[in-house]
Design a protein around this ligand. Structure first.
Ligand SMILES: [Zn+2]
Ligand SMILES: [Zn+2]
Length: 341
């Protein structure tokens, strides 16, 4: 019997889950961000300004959904702005419910970026609670993750290489739903932005998390400019409809894949084999928690659009990577074998 790993029902919706606007340090207004992304075929944008959770439900329409979020930062030495040579940890929080109004934490040092101060009145947080302690420690980051999860947020660990973090830091972070396997703003500025190795590091530590490709756009340069940081990394979310709850439920369940170009049309498991159908690819590869990866190529150097891999029953998880002729990648999440029962 076929077991669909990406649901058979529903439609794919293209989403950017990490965006800045001129409310903080981005250059475009929330409306201009919407216009840019709609023009490029996106249906969903999560607005994740630094420390400023402002719902933009007024921007949602039949073809567009604005998700409510914010990005938090922990800087080494608790210095804002961060010292250029120091490490930091950034997390994006996206509300699972459109009714979420309260920002669970607030950093008075970071909430003065750009035009943030003009919008302080729009941010909802409980002023009776003390400001969250943001020491750059595992304990502090993990407490923030817990707090935001408990408050109903989808938590993503952002751009580890831009943050200068390594295994010593990210191996100790607990409870993130996802990590950025690709960050387009980092790519544009020349950082190592595609980091599948870090995704595997986290998976092999037993962390069941999803890969996200996102823009982290600030739009210092216009659409079409080589330094434009929009429309480079996205997720394709399979959901029954374009509405807040169904989209976030799909994200929460892992019914999506991350990409910088190629599309994955179908993914299912049947009789011990994993089948994938995709846009024309130069290679489709199948990786696990163990050596003995597999890869499929087209005949005579031609692209291929489907591949089948035999699953090692002793593996703990597997995931699939599609590479197209431009060197762009699509990444499924890791599927754990105990999910296949
Ligand atoms: Zn960041
Ligand atoms: Zn950001």
């Amino acid at each position: 019997m076929k077991k669909y790993l990406l649901p058979q029902e529903g439609s794919f919706y293209k989403a950017n889950l990490h965006t800045h606007t001129n409310i903080t340090d981005g250059d475009l207004s929330p409306e201009e961000v919407k216009a840019l992304y709609k023009a490029h075929g996106y249906s969903v944008v999560a607005y994740t300004d630094h420390d400023m959770m402002i719902p933009h439900h007024d921007l949602s329409d039949d073809d567009f959904l604005a998700l409510t979020g914010f990005e938090v930062a922990f800087n080494e030495g608790n210095l804002y702005p961060a010292k250029m040579e120091s490490k930091c940890c950034h997390l994006c929080m996206i509300a699972l419910s459109p009714d979420t109004k309260e920002q669970p934490c607030w950093n008075p040092k970071y909430a003065y970026l750009g035009h943030a101060k003009e919008h302080h009145g729009e941010v909802c947080f409980d002023k009776s609670k003390p400001f969250f302690d943001r020491d750059y420690t595992h304990e502090s980051v993990n407490e923030m993750i817990r707090k935001c999860r408990d408050a109903g947020f989808f938590v993503t660990y952002n751009h580890p290489t831009w943050s200068f973090e390594d295994f010593r830091q990210y191996s100790g972070y607990e409870g993130m739903h996802a990590m950025e396997i690709y960050n387009h703003d980092a790519e544009v500025y020349g950082y190592p932005a595609y980091v599948p190795q870090i995704y595997d590091d986290l998976l092999r530590l037993g962390k069941r998390i999803y890969p996200v490709a996102a823009d982290d756009n600030h739009n210092r340069f216009p659409d079409g400019h080589p330094k434009c940081d929009s429309c480079g990394g996205f997720v394709m979310i399979k959901a029954r409809e374009l509405a807040y709850r169904p989209i976030m439920d799909s994200l929460f369940r892992g019914d999506f894949y991350a990409s910088t170009g190629p599309l994955i049309h179908e993914l299912y498991f049947e009789n011990g084999q994993v089948h994938v159908k995709c846009s024309p690819a130069m290679r489709v590869s199948f990786s696990m928690d163990r050596r003995r990866f597999l890869s499929a190529y087209g005949e005579n150097g031609e692209p291929l659009t489907e591949a089948t891999f035999a699953l090692d029953p002793d593996a703990i998880y597997f995931r699939i990577t599609v590479r197209d002729e431009h060197g762009h990648y699509a990444n499924t999440r890791a599927y754990f074998l105990d999910e296949l029962n």
